[in-house]
Design a binder for this molecule. Structure first.
Ligand code: TNX
Length: 666
């Protein structure tokens, strides 16, 4: 291989323009370690030359030629000495531009900094300015953390290949270097496995008449999708050009309902009660004692390992419902044989075996923090600390290489403000909260911090389908920008006000704000909290609540009768089940919102049915239809109503319970 390759060789003309001392920020994100301004500005002539000194950099020359319409740039691997992977030196001078990386990803990162020195329009495809001016500058830069990740759940909502590649584009521009791809969960199996084809033939599709039941945003239609192995390879290659390593995850042994609907034999050896699930088998955990399961997992892990060059394969290990093992004669026998009294410890046996299988296929395992709670998990296993900061700290203290991703900082499926869309189990994850993260601030000792490989933002996609693909951008940006800076820039060099300014304010010399760049990239980022319309206060007329179903003590029916909270039944609703409010006095209302299921999620309610009203408490008429679990049914009764009821028209809701929200009467 020649060690000098010249691409698109045309003469380049570099002109000094102006000599204003430019010390003001260029609004770079993440903020570099060192930026030294040189003499004035450099204008790139409308000729493009990208020279690379190493054949391995050829893909980056192509990439740069696509984005940078003008200028002479030299890419090389003789980056600054003694700095970590991903480091680079970028020099913009009157003789030209050079990017010297310590490695391939260093050159990638230098290119991204260069692009941020240019007008934001360069990010808009199709916009190609004739010439470009940028400040003469020397940037020396390297990451504080080696692992800078984003996790994408494609099980709850399938994300097509093109959108995954677009996400890779958008995160890699922020020097994020890992995509953790959550490929299998209860609601879908998304990667083609040739040796076990039903995983996708059956496990990738959910709906009213399919073995995997309908949930999340699609009830009365078939919904799903999966990636062929060729598509996976395409995404892997695309990401590699952009310095992004893809870490696949197959979530085991729990979160495996989609696999279990395709191959029910993987489940524990007992006959489950199906009454609370209206006939569905809700089980989702691989049997630990079934030997054939490990042969199957050897095939699956082998195929996944061959698809992904990453040395890490994430095997899940979170939220295992051990009740299934406790009812299984084979698991119980295994417990007796091994002298185990706590069924949760069966997970150690299971994880040790699949970690060993992964090792035989040349991979080190990754697991969620629960899996590392027991014995048997080798210290070569990377552990994702997600439940709480304390859980992340514990695995680091135990000596595991740790990816820190606690919900309250880095779960980007959480709301960004009280009026935003999102989960809330880990609280409100504001941009400022993300930015405030550091292991030191959370009390990690020096030894614990030394085990931190880096940080990761997760996007679990329960809410994506019902809100549309724009939600992915909205939830990730600009929070990914804050994550990128947390991962890249040492805590001592970070300031919230400064970061917020770089996001929103243009520089003195016309440098774009980072929001300008996101907009030019076509990202539907979130700039400010949504304003909720001012509404008339809620009325709470006295009522009684009755149902054909049975409530549970923890969330009793009295809660919806007195408007204090949601109520929950002990089983899934079936055809003809009713939920009825009878008011003490006829209620005159301008608007009544009727909602079933979780407050923020299309799940756990009455997916298909009707809302009926009665003006006299005797005769009923249909006022609205509930369809596909759509969030809220709104009524505007013409006359005062005496009673209102929801009538289920579906057999089962994919759960073992039904949630009824209090009425909102105005
Ligand atoms: C917890 S994160 C989960 C996911 C959910 C997520 C929602 C993790 C290991 N388990 O199954 O999708 O919360 O935020």
């Amino acid at each position: 291989m020649k060690n000098r390759i010249f691409l698109t060789l045309l003469s380049a003309l570099l002109v000094a323009a102006g000599s204003a001392d430019r010390t003001a920020a260029q609004n770079l994100i993440p903020k570099p370690v060192s930026v030294v301004h040189g003499d004035g500005f450099v204008t790139l002539a409308p000729y493009r030359t990208v020279e690379v000194t190493d054949g391995a950099l050829a893909p980056l020359a192509d990439y740069l030629a696509e984005w940078l319409p003008a200028g002479r740039v030299r890419l090389s691997l003789d980056g600054p000495q003694g700095v970590p992977s991903g480091g680079y030196r970028l020099e913009v001078g009157h003789e030209g531009i050079s990017i010297a990386g310590v490695d391939y990803s260093g050159v990638w990162n230098g290119i991204q900094t260069l692009l941020q020195l240019l007008p934001a329009e360069i990010y808009s495809r199709g916009v190609r300015p004739e010439s470009l001016t940028l400040p003469a500058v020397t940037v020396e830069d390297w990451p504080a953390m080696e692992y800078r990740g984003v996790m994408l759940d494609v099980a709850r909502t399938f994300v097509p290949v093109e959108q995954v590649m677009r996400l890779v584009d958008n995160i890699s521009r922020h020097k994020i270097n890992r995509l953790h791809w959550h490929l299998a969960d209860d609601e879908g199996w998304r990667v083609e496995i040739k040796s076990w084809p039903r995983l996708t033939e059956i496990g990738a599709w959910r709906g009213p008449d399919t073995p995997v039941w309908a949930v999340y945003g699609a009830w009365d239609r078939r919904y799903g999708g999966f990636y062929t192995q060729d598509e996976i390879r395409r995404v892997v290659d695309y990401a590699a050009v952009r310095g992004v390593e893809i870490i696949p995850e197959i979530d085991l042994p729990g979160h495996s309902r989609a696999a279990a609907r395709a191959y029910p034999e993987i489940l524990c050896g007992y006959t489950p009660s199906l009454t609370s699930g209206a006939g569905y088998d809700t089980r989702n955990v691989f049997c630990v004692a079934r030997e054939e399961n490990y042969a199957m997992l050897d095939d699956i892990i082998g195929e996944v390992a061959a698809l992904f060059p990453s040395s890490t394969l994430h095997l899940g290990g979170d939220e295992v419902e051990t009740a299934q093992w406790r009812q299984c004669p084979h698991c119980k026998a295994l417990m007796a044989e091994r002298g185990i009294t706590d069924a949760a410890r069966l997970q150690d046996i299971f994880m040790a075996r699949v970690i060993d299988i992964a090792a035989r296929h040349g991979k080190q395992a990754g697991v969620w923090n629960e899996a590392a709670a027991g014995a048997n998990i080798p210290l070569s296993t990377t552990v994702w600390g997600w439940e709480t900061p304390a859980a992340a700290r514990r695995v680091a203290a135990d000596g595991y290489p740790t990816v820190v991703c606690p919900g309250e900082y880095f779960y980007f499926d959480m709301r960004q403000s009280p009026t935003d869309i999102g989960h809330i189990w880990a609280g409100i994850v504001t941009l400022e909260k993300v930015y405030s993260f550091s292991p030191e601030a959370l009390g990690f000792s020096e030894a614990e911090a030394a085990n931190v490989r880096g940080v990761e933002a997760t996007f679990f996609s329960e809410l994506l389908l019902e809100n549309g693909p724009g939600l992915l951008d909205y939830q990730l940006f600009p929070r990914v920008c804050a994550l990128a800076e947390v991962a890249w820039t040492p805590a001592a060099g970070r300031s919230w006000d400064d970061f917020d300014g770089r996001l929103r304010q243009r520089g003195a010399e016309g440098a774009p704000s980072h929001f300008d760049r996101l907009a030019a990239m076509g990202i539907a980022y979130r700039a400010a909290p949504p304003v909720s319309p001012t509404q008339a206060p809620l009325k709470k007329p006295a009522a009684t609540f009755t149902s054909s179903m049975t409530g549970i003590a923890r969330e009793p029916f009295s809660r919806v009768a007195d408007y204090s909270g949601a109520a929950r039944t002990d089983a899934a609703c079936t055809e003809g089940d009713t939920f009825q409010w009878t008011f003490d006095q006829p209620v005159a209302a301008s608007r009544i919102d009727v909602k079933t299921g979780y407050d923020h999620l299309q799940r756990g309610g009455v997916p298909v049915g009707r809302v009926e009203v009665s003006y006299d408490g005797l005769a009923w008429e249909t006022a609205a239809r509930m369809h596909d679990l759509k969030a809220t049914v709104t009524l505007d009764p013409a006359r005062p109503i005496r009673a209102l009821r929801i009538v289920s028209e579906t057999h089962g809701n994919g759960e073992t319970f039904t949630i009824i929200q209090p009425l909102k009467i105005r």
